[in-house]
Ligand binder design. Structure first.
Ligand code: BG6
Length: 513
């Protein structure tokens, strides 16, 4: 079903006690790595949507920072990005005033003098635009530059506010294993206080991800059955139909486990599995998430599946295999698909497996959580077969994160006839049908929250380290025995057969409504 992209609007934003919309303080947003795709495709469109919704302060500036000399073209390029990726029409109200606030500064990230000049530029912007010394640094560079940038911000004194507040958003990947994540956290915490840091995972900005908490904790009827007494198992799928989109060098180092499982999938899992927090404040929510991750049992390597896509003839195009992609090693053993069985050892979930899978070039783009309930204790119906549906299907709740955002409940219903035969039927909630809208891409909400100083939807140091603690041994195990069967699934399919085997050996199968 087609969905409409919705812009975040004042109604979506938490209101102050007076009932008026909370706007961030005057701020300069400084984006390191601004020549990369993220700035043009996501960040600038998101900031402009906030501007259109009246959610940015009057006194506001954006400074792009990167190595190349783009002084003459940067602002125009950002305008193109907003038009192309932000669904904005040329001539849109406020667009030119907004673009006039976009500046550029070129420097090498290890060049101390460059930071002095940047500092001077920011002071000048404060004087001219009234931004009052408030800064939001956004680290959107390749991760190898994070440490340099953080050190220099510390050395020049830019990390500590002379007046106002200084905050820093750090993009994923936050480290590439436990040790590097710890090292990065140590670096960050030498320069910034933890409350200045916003480790971003754009999944947490998605309406449908936040709605998992609303579904569970704003309704009386689901939470009582949300546990090992009623639930058989949980499946989380983050499937993408696209390949690596020209990001060969990045993907070769990352692979699916680092790129989406350690972060996006685990964030989603924590919302599905956590205990109700005492409030929706940052510490309360993040504390409950960490408890879930820490309760996950060490993952035996036999409970993991790796895959890599091979070439295929698809309906619309011939798809390359991963090893034929640009700037990818023709013998690469990097995984483009992962399936893992996780067990959360706590009172709520002991004995309920969580099967997660994520991959590129899969049959369709779909991110969803499916909760599979236990069957009734005795079989009253369809005993003798012969009806249109001879099996009794378990109840399912499927939360569709994207696309076609919504939630479905599957249950058995009597087929109209003189017999007592039962077939599965589905009750469906669709964001598009209910609200006329679906969800924004996550960056609007998160940029706004960071400017407001609200860290609820950002990762905490403990959380990042907890998820890396789980997956680092898996990565090490994989490295010790590189996959020999790659490529093991054709592009455009649901991954390797071993991913089905992972469930089959437990007497289960991946569900499809
Ligand atoms: C990014 C990954 O973090 O998330 C990409 O680096 C992936 O590889 C993307 O495609 C998926 O995000 P979304 O919002 O399209 O599901």
């Amino acid at each position: 079903m087609a969905t409409t992209e919705v812009r975040i609007s004042p109604e979506h934003v938490r209101k102050s006690s007076q009932g008026d919309v909370r706007k961030p303080d005057p701020t300069v947003v400084v984006i390191f790595g601004a020549s990369g795709d993220l700035t043009k495709r996501k960040l600038l469109p998101a900031l402009f949507h906030l501007e259109q919704a009246g959610l940015l302060p009057e006194e506001f500036s954006i400074v792009g920072v990167a190595r190349r000399s783009l002084e003459d073209s940067f602002a125009a390029d950002m305008k193109d990005g907003i038009l192309k990726f932000g669904g904005v029409k040329d001539g849109a109200e406020h667009l030119d005033q907004f673009i006039a606030k976009v500046k550029y500064h070129s420097m090498n990230f290890d060049d101390a003098a460059g930071y002095q000049q940047l500092n001077a530029l920011l002071d000048k912007i404060d004087q001219e635009n009234g931004t009052q010394g408030n800064r939001l640094f956004y680290l959107a560079t390749a991760p190898e530059y994070f440490a340099d940038i953080i050190d220099h911000l510390g050395e020049t004194g830019m990390a500590k506010p002379k007046k106002g507040h200084v905050r820093a958003i750090i993009e994923k990947p936050f480290g590439h294993d436990l040790e590097s994540a710890r090292e990065l956290n140590d670096n960050v915490n030498k320069v910034f206080d933890e409350n200045q840091i916003f480790r971003i995972d754009h999944y947490l900005g998605k309406e449908t991800v936040q709605n998992v908490l609303v579904f569970r904790f704003a309704n009386g009827i689901f939470e009582p059955v949300w546990n090992r007494n009623y639930i058989d198992h949980v499946e989380i799928t983050a499937a993408e139909s696209i390949g690596i989109e020209g990001r060969g060098p990045f993907y070769e180092k990352a692979g699916t486990l680092r790129d989406v499982v350690q972060n996006h999938v685990m964030e989603l899992l924590s919302f599905v599995a956590m205990e109700p927090p005492v409030s929706f404040e940052a510490d309360a929510v993040r504390g409950e998430k960490v408890k879930v991750w820490k309760a996950i049992k060490p993952i035996p390597i036999e409970d993991t599946v790796r895959g890599q896509y091979g070439p295929a003839k698809l309906a619309k195009e011939d798809a390359k295999g991963y090893r034929e992609e640009d700037r990818v090693d023709p013998q690469s053993v990097t995984e483009t698909f992962v399936a893992i069985k996780l067990e959360i050892e706590n009172w709520r979930w002991a004995g309920v497996p969580f099967y997660i899978r994520a991959g590129k070039r899969m049959a369709e783009r779909t991110t969803e959580v499916t909760v599979v309930f236990k069957q009734p204790p005795m079989r009253l119906f369809n005993e003798s077969g012969g009806g249109p549906c001879d099996e009794i299907h378990p109840n399912l709740i499927t939360m569709r994160i994207q696309p076609d955002e919504g939630i479905s409940l599957r249950f058995g219903a009597k087929v109209p006839s003189t017999g007592m035969s039962v077939c599965p039927v589905v009750m469906d909630f669709s964001y598009a049908a209910a609200f006329g809208t679906s969800s924004a891409n996550g960056y609007e909400r998160l940029l706004l929250d960071a400017m407001l100083g609200d860290a609820t939807l950002f990762a905490h140091r403990d959380g990042v380290e907890a998820t890396w603690s789980l997956f680092t041994p898996v990565l090490e195990g994989w490295q010790e025995s590189p996959a020999r069967d790659f490529p093991n699934y054709p592009a455009g399919t649901w991954g390797p057969e071993t991913a089905n085997e992972l469930l089959r050996r437990d007497g289960r199968e991946w569900q499809k409504l």
